[in-house]
Design a protein around this ligand. Structure first.
Ligand SMILES: *Cc1c(COP(=O)(O)O)cnc(C)c1O
Length: 232
C-alpha cells in the first residue's frame, strides 16, 4: 500500500464510521477531489477501487479525462463553469455540482452530446451568503425558479444541491449551514422535484456533513495531500 492509497483507505473508514453512527439510510458517495494532482494518482486510486473523481478546473479536467479514457471513472465537475468552457464539461463530465445560473444550465443542455445520457446536475447554494463564493442565495424563491428552468431541459437531470461551507466555521455554524441545505432539499421535494442529493462535506468538515445528511462528500487534501497551488 502506498501513502496515497493508505490515506484514501482511512478516509473510506472515516466515512464508514460517520455513516454508521449517523444511522444514514444510504451509503455516502466519496468523490475524490483530484484537482492539481496528476493522472497517475487517479489511476492508482482507481486500481485501489475508487470510481468517483472531482475536478475544479475545466482544462485540467478535460486533459485528465482524455488521458484516463480507458478507465470507467465517474467524473464530477465541482468548480465554477465559465460559459466559454462549458462545451468541454458537457462532453466529459457525468455530473456538474456547480450550477448557479440558468444560462449555464441552458448552455450545458444544448452542448450535451446526443449519444450520452443526460448530465446529472446539482444547484450550488452559497450557503453562508459569502461575497467571494459562487452559488445562488439560500432562498426558496430563487431556488425554485432555477430548479423550474432546469426541469425544462431534457439533456440535464436535476439531482440535488451542493454547497461549500464557510471556512473556519465552528461545529455549530457548520450544523446550521448543513441543516439549512437539508431544509432547502426538502422544500424542493415538497414542490414535486425528484431530488435526493446533498453534495457537502470536505476534508475539514466530513463527519459533521454526514451527520447532517450529506449523500456525496468531496474530499481532496485528506486523500491527495496538500495542493501546491490552490483554488482560484
Ligand atoms: C477543492 C474542493 C473540495 C475539496 O476540498 P478539500 O479541502 O481538499 O477536501 C471540495 N469541493 C470543492 C468545491 C472544492 O473546490
Amino acid at each position: 500500500m502506498t501513502a496515497l492509497t493508505a490515506r484514501w483507505q482511512s478516509v473510506c473508514d472515516e466515512i464508514h464510521q460517520a455513516t454508521t453512527s449517523a444511522l444514514a439510510q444510504k451509503p455516502v458517495c466519496l468523490i475524490a477531489v483530484s484537482k492539481t494532482f496528476p493522472a497517475a494518482d487517479i489511476r492508482a486510486l482507481y486500481q485501489a477501487g475508487q470510481r468517483d473523481f472531482g475536478e475544479n478546473y475545466i482544462q485540467e479536467f478535460a486533459h485528465k479525462a482524455t488521458q484516463l479514457a480507458d478507465l470507467d471513472i465517474t467524473w464530477h465537475m465541482i468548480g465554477h463553469v465559465q460559459s466559454n468552457k462549458s462545451q468541454l464539461v458537457a462532453e466529459h463530465a457525468h455530473w456538474v455540482h456547480s450550477i448557479d445560473r440558468a444560462r449555464i444550465a441552458q448552455r450545458l443542455n444544448a452542448q450535451r452530446p446526443k449519444g450520452l445520457v443526460p448530465l446529472n446536475v446539482c444547484i450550488e447554494i452559497n450557503i453562508a451568503n459569502e461575497a467571494a463564493k459562487h452559488g445562488i442565495a439560500p432562498e426558496e424563491s430563487i431556488l425554485l425558479t432555477l430548479a423550474q428552468t432546469i426541469a425544462t431541459l431534457p439533456r440535464l437531470t436535476l439531482r440535488g444541491l451542493m454547497c461549500v461551507a464557510k471556512t473556519n466555521s465552528t461545529e455549530t455554524e457548520l450544523q446550521q449551514q448543513f441543516q439549512r441545505m437539508q431544509a432547502l432539499l426538502a422544500f424542493l421535494q415538497d414542490a414535486g422535484f425528484d431530488v435526493d442529493v446533498l453534495s457537502m462535506g470536505m476534508s475539514s468538515d466530513l463527519p459533521v456533513a454526514i451527520k447532517n445528511g450529506a449523500t456525496h462528500v468531496r474530499i481532496g487534501r485528506a486523500i491527495f495531500g496538500h495542493r501546491s497551488y490552490d483554488e482560484t
